[in-house]
Every structure is written in C-alpha cells, then in structure tokens.
Design a protein around this ligand. Structure first.
Ligand code: KIV
Length: 249
C-alpha cells in the first residue's frame, strides 16, 4: 500500500470492536498493549502480561476480521531473541498474524530472530510507551540532532531486519516525514504529523470513549462516552418511574 493509499490502523481488544473495525474496512487491527490502560485500568503498558495479550488476541481473532491482525509483544516478553520468538509464537497461536515490538537497533537481534522464524513483525520507533518509566514521561522525539540521527539509523535498521510496517509515535512531523521517505515499508504515525504513510489510533480515543486523559493528537471526532451516559440515564429514569415499579397484576 506504500505510496498508493493511506494505511489505516486502529486498536481492538475485544470481539465486537474487531467486528466493527473489520466491517468499517480498516485494513489493520492492532491488539495493542494500550489494553493495559484502556481496558485493564493500569497506569501504563508495563503491567500487561503475555496471558493478558493472549486472552484479548483470542477474543479479537474470534471475530475473524478481514483486517490484518497484529498484536503487541508486551513489556519484558522480548528481552532475548529466544523469548521474542517463543512469545511471538504464542501470540500467533492465539490468532495474531503479525506482532509489534518497540525499539530499533537495541532490539535488532530479536527482530532478526523473528524474521528468521518467519514471524511477520511491525516496528515501533519514537516515543516507546514500554519505556515510559525509564524516560520519566511521554515526550516528543526527534527534536535534537542526536535524536534525529538515531531515529534515521533505527528506521533503516528495522526496515533491513524485515519489518512489514513501522509505527512512529510522537515523532516531530518533519522527522516523521523524513523517516517515511527513508522507510521501504509503510510508516504508521500516531501524533507524528500528516507526512506518514498512514495513521494508527487507539479506537476508544477516536470514539471519545476513553475516560481519562485524551492525547493532543486525537482531534475531536465523537463523544460516545457522553452519549452512552445519556442512554443509561434515560433507561434509569424510565425504570424508576412509579408506573414501571408496580408489580404486574
Ligand atoms: O498499544 C497501542 O495501542 C499502540 C499504539 C501505536 C496505538 O502501540
């Protein structure tokens, strides 16, 4: 799809959302480890386990989406090439068709091992949510010369290792556009400007269903959370009306 059409990707963690995205023609569904915050109530992604990921990948796969189904290798599951392959295989057995791993040259042996095992993988560069505690927060990447150079080198390395796409998270728009021209495979931006080959978002952010903090890059699209509250309120009022409380005669 690179150079021909925009690549669109959204997250799903459950059966109905996977059906919705597939029916909406979204070509790539990611069972992201954002699952940790969006569904499991953790403060960041580092708490998500392989068992959590397998459980949710199975639910999404049961929807048999037409979209390509990718899943995140969670924090700590790919510290060695052997672990990367074994845990990626578990996600594939659960129904994923590709996995995603965060990092560039620092995880090159793991990426090479995935390739050699025939497991398709998506790279992830820029802000790496699994490193949030080391980094001390979520910060835009590519602002300094050294970050810029490192990102270009990482991007080339991840492409060469055989990635099928690369997520660029919170990379400055100009560096993201440059990485897109350097990359032989589609770049999927999230908070990285319009110059990427495609865009990826957390579906609950897009729909306005996320309860807490909404990242700046999520433009206002809808507030399903408010609509849902209104439906619940109307239902509660109807049920509580005196005439609906009488026992059937
Ligand atoms: O975990 C996730 O949802 C991601 C994003 C890129 C959407 O990695």
């Amino acid at each position: 799809m690179k150079g021909r059409e925009k690549v669109l990707a959204l997250t799903a963690y459950d059966f109905p959302t996977a059906q919705l995205l597939s029916e909406s023609g979204i070509p790539l569904i990611l069972v992201g480890d954002s699952l940790g915050m969006v569904v499991l109530g953790y403060p960041d992604t580092t708490h998500v386990t392989m068992a959590d990921m397998e459980h949710h990948v199975r639910a999404v796969a049961r929807a048999r989406p037409l979209s390509l189904l990718a899943a995140d290798l969670p924090y700590g599951s790919y510290t060695t090439p052997k672990d990367a392959v074994a845990n990626a295989q578990r996600l594939i057995n659960a129904g994923a068709e590709a996995v995603k791993a965060e990092g560039g040259r620092s995880i090159l042996p793991q990426l090479n091992a995935l390739r050699d095992s025939g497991i398709p993988f998506i790279g992830h560069l820029g802000m790496l949510p699994q490193s949030v505690n080391i980094e001390g927060g979520y910060r835009i990447k590519g602002k300094t010369d050294s970050e810029h150079t490192a990102l270009v080198d990482d991007c080339k390395a991840v492409c060469q290792a055989g990635a099928c796409a690369i997520v660029l998270e919170l990379v400055t728009a100009s560096v993201a556009a440059e990485l897109t021209s350097v990359s032989s495979v589609p770049t999927l931006g999230i908070g990285s400007g319009p110059g990427c080959d495609g865009q990826i978002l957390v579906t609950t952010d897009l729909l306005g269903l996320s309860p807490g903090f909404i990242p700046k890059h999520v433009k206002f699209h809808g507030q399903l959370r408010d609509q849902a509250k209104e439906i619940i309120r109307e239902w509660s009022l109807r049920i509580c009306q005196p005439e609906n409380q009488k026992p059937p005669s």
